[in-house]
Design a protein around this ligand. Structure first.
Ligand code: ATP
Length: 354
């Protein structure tokens, strides 16, 4: 574990008390409703707030007892909701600014590779005022990475973007969790964003860690609020099996079966993440012969839990070694006489690739 610690801070009526053990790479989302303490915790990690406790990153003590490494001495990148680029400098010089501050021998990133990762090659000669919101954020992320940080902190980097800019920047953010060797801590209160981007989740509630663990496990836990949200979803890890370039569909292998999704062709074997909403999973006892739903996977019921809505139940389905959730009515569960352990079929009315 490369980021670990216990951080405590009191601000007015609010008290943060968070114990953290985060994986050494991949994207960790700090998730929770407004006021749960996500930004406060991020600021404590950065050293912008000085709470009590200890913090260790990559084996280095950033905070312990009276020792407190100030923010300017912490090797981290911080991306804010609004990109803060130097307005008088072209993109190229904004990027060089952070890069040059690190001695050549200590650099862990390559300038051109980072520019390519964030897709900002064509923007290098522009000034920040000539960039869209999404482009500005991509430059801000590239600039943060070029300073060779040991930890990248991102505070709702898409919060101030419109839907089109969000759609434009998402694929670049998705690349981060596979391409970066350092941990990324990403604050968000949008479940769909987290389901697309995160590998690991820290669920905050009133300043405390309610649960922490791999994303795919926490999303489907019936004892946590995530699985009961209106847009609750599970994620399946899948690989490209084949493509139909004419119809623009791809076949994916996901452990227990094959899924067909609309998607431009991708090389065989490419790993992809599929997000499936609980409300889009229909349970049937036999494989449907006369349904327009294309995707149907053999499954086994692993749990039937109450849902906050009195007329609904949450059903957990094991698909190979992965899990889906389905929200169905109590009436339907009674009619089908569903019980734990029963083999069934999961029809996916919708599935989104991420
Ligand atoms: N300087 C301060 N003085 C008093 N209270 C504060 C201060 N800073 C933060 N708080 C309170 O701490 C709590 C947590 O705030 P924080 O911004 O960390 O939450 P958040 O989960 O990031 O929320 P959001 O999603 O709305 O950004 C809030 O109740 C906030 O009002």
């Amino acid at each position: 574990m490369s980021v670990s610690g216990t951080l405590r801070l009191k601000r007015g009526d609010f008290e943060l008390e968070a114990e953290l053990e985060l994986p050494e790479r991949g994207v960790t989302a700090l998730f929770g409703r407004s006021g749960s303490g996500k930004t406060t915790l991020l600021r404590c990690l950065a050293g912008l707030e000085r709470g009590e406790g200890w913090l260790s990153v990559n084996g280095c003590r950033w905070q312990h007892g009276r020792h407190f490494l100030p923010v300017h001495r912490r090797p981290l990148g911080y991306v804010f909701q609004e990109a803060s680029l130097f307005p008088h400098l072209r993109v190229r010089d904004n990027l060089r600014y952070g890069y040059r501050r690190v001695a050549a021998g200590q650099r862990r990133v390559d300038f051109d590779e980072t520019v390519h990762l964030l897709g900002v090659e064509a923007l290098l000669d522009r000034h920040p005022h000539a960039l869209s919101g999404g482009q500005r954020q991509r430059v801000a992320i590239a600039r943060a990475l070029l300073a060779s940080p040991r930890l990248l902190l991102m505070d709702e980097p898409m919060a101030s973007l419109d839907a089109a800019s969000k759609a434009e920047i998402l694929p670049y953010l998705e690349r981060l969790h596979t391409h970066l060797e350092i941990p990324v801590v990403y604050v968000s209160h949008a479940l769909e964003e987290v389901a697309r981007l995160a590998d690991y989740l820290v669920l905050l509630e009133a300043g405390r860690v309610l649960a922490a663990g791999p994303l795919h496990e926490l999303l489907v836990r019936s004892d946590l609020p995530l699985s009961h949200a209106d847009n609750a979803a599970a994620v399946l890890e899948a690989r490209v099996l084949e493509c139909d370039a004419v119809q623009q569909v791809i076949a994916l292998e996901c452990g227990a079966g094959r899924l067909w999704l609309s998607h431009p062709p991708a090389p065989t074997g490419t790993p992809l993440r599929v997000s499936v909403k609980a409300r889009d999973v229909v349970i049937s006892l036999t494989p449907p012969q006369d349904s327009s739903v294309l995707n149907c996977l053999p499954a086994r019921i692993s749990e039937i839990a109450d849902d906050p809505h009195p007329g609904h139940l949450l059903v957990r389905l094991t698909i190979g070694d992965q899990t889906l959730i389905s929200r169905i009515t109590r009436e339907a569960a009674k009619r089908l006489a569903l019980v734990v352990g029963q083999p069934v079929y999961a029809q996916l009315r919708g599935a989104a690739l991420s």
